[in-house]
Write a protein that binds this ligand. Structure first.
Ligand code: SF4
Length: 326
């Protein structure tokens, strides 16, 4: 793009009202920028933060500016953002592709995460509510032509309500059959009770095609915050559950999507490598004197390290690691 043309385009941009920044993360004054419009976040250097805050899009590197535009952090100057968001929501509501419903089958959770804001009770969804739920779905579907019902099983911990998931799934599938709709579901679980047999029941019999498990980094970080109510460690139990699931011979055939969600904040970010595509990181063994095997020391590089400058070091096989500064 010609310089004058770029200038003209950039003058037509403004900062999004719905973008926020974290406090400074470190002594280099990096910050996290987060768009509440698109739920996109990444880390920016101090210079970029200053340019953005000053509305100086002209001085931003091209790739950063493109990211800002793509994440709706920089928006057209004449856009009424509130109206644009309302329009986007209306469009979603009018979309008949998918009817989405989230269900909390239990108010109980076995964990006592130190940041959990919930008050857990040993109360599960009663069968008297099943009819109400189906009525609600029928009311939502009235006059519409939905092609699929997709259920999100959430908690507290949804596996505390496994009985309810077992009982509700056939009713939900019946509802879909009557309306000529497809059925699918996902579950978000802390993974503690996700034994191999339960996982395959969820996938094969209860039509769950996406299982999301939450781990807060490596054992060192996870166990400090995602412990049982009695402060017992949970990382190894969850990891062993995951390993037996993926080592089962039917795992590949199941085509299920198994994802790990990692909550990252100022207390554990040093234990989590920045999220990148598969194959981005490469590890190199650093010899440990007196050890016969590979030992626990590694250097990890990110991308093309000559240009990315990303080098990390761990001396405890990923329990903790530090960025190597040039
Ligand atoms: S897993 Fe943790 S954050 Fe989630 S409901 Fe249980 S205690 Fe709360």
């Amino acid at each position: 793009m010609e310089k004058s043309e770029r200038k003209k385009t950039l003058m037509l941009l403004k900062k999004s009202y719905y973008t926020i920044f974290s406090d400074v993360l470190n002594d280099k004054e990096d910050r996290v920028i987060f768009s509440t419009r698109t739920s996109q976040a990444f880390i920016v250097k101090k210079e970029v933060y200053d340019m953005y805050e000053a509305g100086d899009f002209m001085s931003l590197p091209q790739d950063v500016l493109e990211k800002f535009i793509q994440c709706s952090m920089a928006v057209p100057e004449d856009e009424n953002e509130l109206l644009a968001i309302v329009e986007e929501n209306k469009k979603e509501i009018r979309d008949d592709t998918l009817m989405y419903e989230s269900i909390q089958p239990s108010a109980m959770c076995q964990l006592g995460c130190d940041y959990c804001g919930q008050d857990h009770k040993k109360v599960n969804m009663g069968s008297e509510l099943y009819d109400n739920l189906v009525q609600r779905l029928n009311a939502k579907a009235e006059g519409r032509n939905f092609r699929k019902l997709y259920i999100g099983w959430f908690g507290a911990e949804p596996l505390m309500g496994l009985k309810q998931i077992r009982e509700l799934t056939p009713l939900l599938k019946d509802f879909c059959r009557q309306r000529g709709m497809n059925y699918g579901a996902k579950i978000v679980t802390n993974g503690l009770s996700l034994k191999e047999n339960i996982f395959y029941e969820l996938v094969n019999e209860l039509s769950i095609d996406h299982v999301e498990i939450t781990l807060d980094g490596t054992a060192l970080y996870h166990d400090q915050r995602r412990h049982t109510k009695e402060k017992g460690a949970t990382f190894d139990i969850i990891l062993n559950n995951i390993l037996s699931i993926v080592n089962n011979e039917s795992y590949d055939r199941s085509k299920v999507r198994l994802t790990i969600r990692c909550n990252v904040d100022e207390r554990n970010y040093e234990g989590v490598l920045p999220k990148r595509k598969r194959g981005y990181y490469h590890e190199f063994t650093v010899k440990t004197p007196g050890t016969r095997g590979r030992g626990a020391r590694r250097i990890i590089t990110g991308g093309e390290p000559a240009s990315s400058g990303e080098y990390y070091y761990t001396d405890d096989h990923y329990a903790t690691f530090k960025r190597i500064e040039e």
